[in-house]
Ligand binder design. Sequence first.
Ligand SMILES: [Zn+2]
Length: 442
Amino acid sequence: MLLIQRRSAILSEKTLDLSRRRNRRWLLALACLPLLGMVAAFGIAPNTRTEAVQLQQVIQELPLVLPAPAETASTQSYWREERIQRGDTIASLLARLEVDDPDAVKYLRTARNVRSLYQLVPGRTVRAVTDGGGELVSLRYLHGDGTELIVRRDGTGFHTSEEPAATQTQLVMASGEIRTSLFAATDSAGLSDAVAVQLADIFSSEIDFHRDLRPGDRFCVVYETLYNDGVPIRAGRIVAAEFTNDHQTYRALYFQDNQGRGGYYTPDGKNVRKAFLRSPLEFSRITSGFTISRLHPVLNVWRAHKGVDYGAPAGTRVRVTADGRVQFVGWQGGYGKLVVVRHNNGYATAYGHLSSFAKGLRAGLRVNQGEIIGFVGATGLATGPHLHYEFRIGGVHQDPLRHAMPPGQPMMREDRTAFDHTSRSLLERLDLIRGMNLALVN
Ligand SMILES: [Zn+2]
């Protein structure tokens, strides 16, 4: 049941070449031929073609067929790839790569510039080319940052270089259901933290991910993943996302306007980002597990003290919820270290009990929505580390959780045609993955 929740599917025929030998498992693959060949430009180029999507759902164990790298052109050489496992040593790794070469072992153990390989980060990939006798011809180790360590042998010995890994971008789709936390759900959907945080960020004007999530909430994402010879290096940008929170569904599509500014829009062209963020806390794996229940019960009642309290570890980054100008930075009675920011139309926000302020923050400074202004602490009258957040309109305290936020910058009219064009194929993808979910649930 709900197989899709635990797997991501890749919208490309290349998927069939990408499944890892050491990670053999049941994958859900989409054969989606009409979409091939437009992956790189998709979502950005205004002239992206939209074609009928023919979906064939395939659930099968995918065989490993890795593309042969250039070094294997010679019939004398053998190419192997291994994933580093916990407890590996250089020697055990080389043995699995069928490198039978004392000189190479000595070089890899002692050379200064191959140090990054010593860390033997489990899960990373090492590829080696050997000759028929097991002598090392070349070795490639992909770093987490997208660069590649390359060791090559020539007539004089071994040489090491570090080069940017050649990358290909693929679109990947995933979906999941919240049972305990967003990270638990994104983990089981195989999404990286970078994608989870992006997802929370995209909908941060609609959903307070610290407070609003409910069991049964669902999400679908389409995001870029960068590959090097079939090895995923890292996740890129989310190009389309859907989030259903408490039975209400929000959709966001990435679009770059004719000035080159990217942003997320609803299918009917409204900016997903509103003038205010729902939460002043930066969402992260660390803060996601904290709830208001850790606080003193009296403080939990909004009416009692005209603010919202966010329990969070000391040091958690606090971001300003809207563009504005800093009005106050300093100590103020029970608030402890406090920042007050003035926004348009008589709005103001206040952030109390901070442990410290962002460097250089002072009254009069302009700040942009999402900018870090300080760090969670317990200064002033606080029973433990938490952020006290106030939202005022015309000097009157309001409950930000109940207040309808003003909309963000709308899309320029001249961008609308291009947006409609790209959004159609993005929506088709979201529909695809949601359709698959339903098929699997039923
Ligand atoms: Zn408070």
